[in-house]
Ligand binder design. Structure first.
Ligand SMILES: Nc1ncnc2c1ncn2[C@@H]1O[C@H](COP(=O)(O)OP(=O)(O)O)[C@@H](O)[C@H]1O
Ligand SMILES: [Mg+2]
Length: 318
C-alpha cells in the first residue's frame, strides 16, 4: 500500500478541518503525545491520563504474550509490533517478537534476511527436534529479539490442519523461553485462519490496531467474535488489551470521526494513545530500524513510547 507524504501546506479544503490560526502545529506536537497536557482532552475525545514512567524490573519473566491482530492488512500491525516492542525494550523489558506472517515484514523491518534462513518459525511449528533458542535472533536493539518468518510459513496452515491440538502448537513452541522474556509479541498475518488462531491461543492479550479510515470497523465484529470463541473454547485467559487507532491525521475531520466512533463502540478498550500518520514509519522500515532509534526524538517515537507506558499502566505488560 502507499503512504501519504505529509506536506503541511497542502491542505485540501474538503477533508481538512480549518484550524483557527491556519497553522499545522499538530505536526510539531503529534496528537497522542501531548504528555505535557495530561488531563486535557486527548485525541480520542477523553481526558488524557498521566502514564507513569515504568519502573525498572528487578527480575525478568515469565512473559506475557500479546497477539497483534486484525485480519485487515495495512492497518499497522507490523509497525506497532516493532515499535511498541522497541519502546518496551528501551525501558528495560526483555522483548521477543514473533513474525507470524509469511510475508516476513517484521523480520525484514528488523534487519533480518529471513529469505536466506533455513530455519524459521515455520520449522518450529511443523518439525520436531528444533530448539527455539537456535531460531531466535538478537536485533540491533538491546533487549529486543525476534523469531523470523519467511514465505515457508505459508505452507504451515495446511500442514497443521491434521495435527493433534493444532491450535496449541505456537504456545508449545514458545513455552521453553517464557521465563527469558517479559513480553512476547506475535505479529499476525491478515487472516483469521489457523495461524492466527494459534497466536490467540498462545496469548494472554490481544492488541487490535485500527487504521483511521472509513472502513476501519469493517471486520472488527468478526474479529471480536473469533476472540470470544477462542476465549470460550481454547484460551479462557485471553483478553483484549486494547484497540489502537493508527494512521491518525489530525488535519482531517474524518480521522477524528473515525476515532470517535471507535470510542463510542469500544469505550475504555481504546488506547488513549493514537499513532499519527507520518512517513517516518515507512522510512524506518526501509532503514530496518525501530522508530525509537531511527528517529528517536521525533514525535512518532514519542507516541510509541507513550503507548508502552500506557500498556504497562493498564497491566498489559510488566
Ligand atoms: N502511522 C503510520 N503512518 C504512516 N504509515 C504507516 C503508519 N503505520 C504503518 N504505516 C505504513 O503502512 C504500511 C502498512 O503498515 P503495516 O504495519 O505493515 O500494517 P500491517 O502489518 O497491518 O499490514 C507500511 O508501509 C507501513 O510502513
Ligand atoms: Mg504486517
Amino acid at each position: 500500500m502507499t503512504t501519504q507524504e505529509q506536506s503541511p501546506p497542502s491542505r485540501s479544503g474538503a477533508t481538512s478541518e480549518s484550524a483557527p490560526n491556519g497553522a499545522d502545529r499538530d505536526y510539531v506536537h503529534l496528537p497522542g503525545t501531548e504528555t505535557a497536557g495530561a488531563g486535557q482532552i486527548g485525541p480520542t475525545g477523553r481526558p488524557m491520563p498521566v502514564f507513569p514512567d515504568p519502573q525498572p524490573l528487578a527480575a525478568h519473566g515469565p512473559a506475557r504474550i500479546i497477539a497483534m491482530c486484525n485480519q485487515k492488512g495495512g492497518v499497522g500491525k507490523t509497525t506497532t509490533t516493532i515499535n511498541l516492542g522497541a519502546a518496551l525494550a528501551e525501558v528495560g523489558r526483555r522483548v521477543l517478537l514473533v513474525d507470524f506472517d509469511p510475508q516476513g515484514a517484521l523480520s525484514v523491518g528488523l534487519g533480518v534476511r529471513a529469505n536466506e534462513l533455513d530455519v524459521t518459525i515455520y520449522n518450529l511449528l511443523v518439525e520436531r527436534g528444533h530448539d527455539v533458542r537456535d531460531v531466535i535472533q538478537a536485533t540491533a536493539t538491546e533487549n529486543l529479539d525476534v523469531i523470523p518468518a519467511n514465505i515457508d510459513l505459508s505452507a504451515a496452515e495446511v500442514q497443521l490442519v491434521g495435527e493433534v491440538a493444532r491450535e496449541q502448537i505456537l504456545a508449545r513452541v514458545l513455552r521453553p523461553v517464557m521465563d527469558d522474556y517479559d513480553v512476547i509479541m506475535i505479529d499476525c498475518q491478515p487472516s483469521l485462519g489457523l495461524l492466527t488462531v494459534n497466536a490467540l491461543t498462545a496469548a494472554h492479550g490481544v492488541v487490535i490496531p485500527l487504521e483511521c479510515e472509513f472502513f476501519a470497523m469493517r471486520g472488527v465484529a468478526l474479529l471480536v467474535e473469533t476472540i470470544e470463541k477462542i476465549t470460550d473454547r481454547l484460551n479462557p485467559r485471553l483478553q483484549v488489551d486494547g484497540i489502537l487507532a493508527t494512521m491518525y491525521d489530525s488535519r482531517t475531520l474524518h480521522s477524528k470521526e473515525v476515532v470517535r466512533s471507535v470510542v463510542d463502540h469500544f469505550g475504555d478498550q481504546v488506547f488513549h494513545t493514537v499513532i499519527s500518520r507520518t512517513v517516518k514509519f515507512p522510512d524506518a522500515t526501509l532503514a530496518a530500524e525501530p522508530i525509537t532509534t531511527y528517529a528517536s526524538t521525533h514525535a512518532s517515537a514519542a507516541s510509541y513510547r507513550q503507548l508502552a507506558r500506557e500498556l504497562i499502566a493498564r497491566g498489559g505488560a510488566a
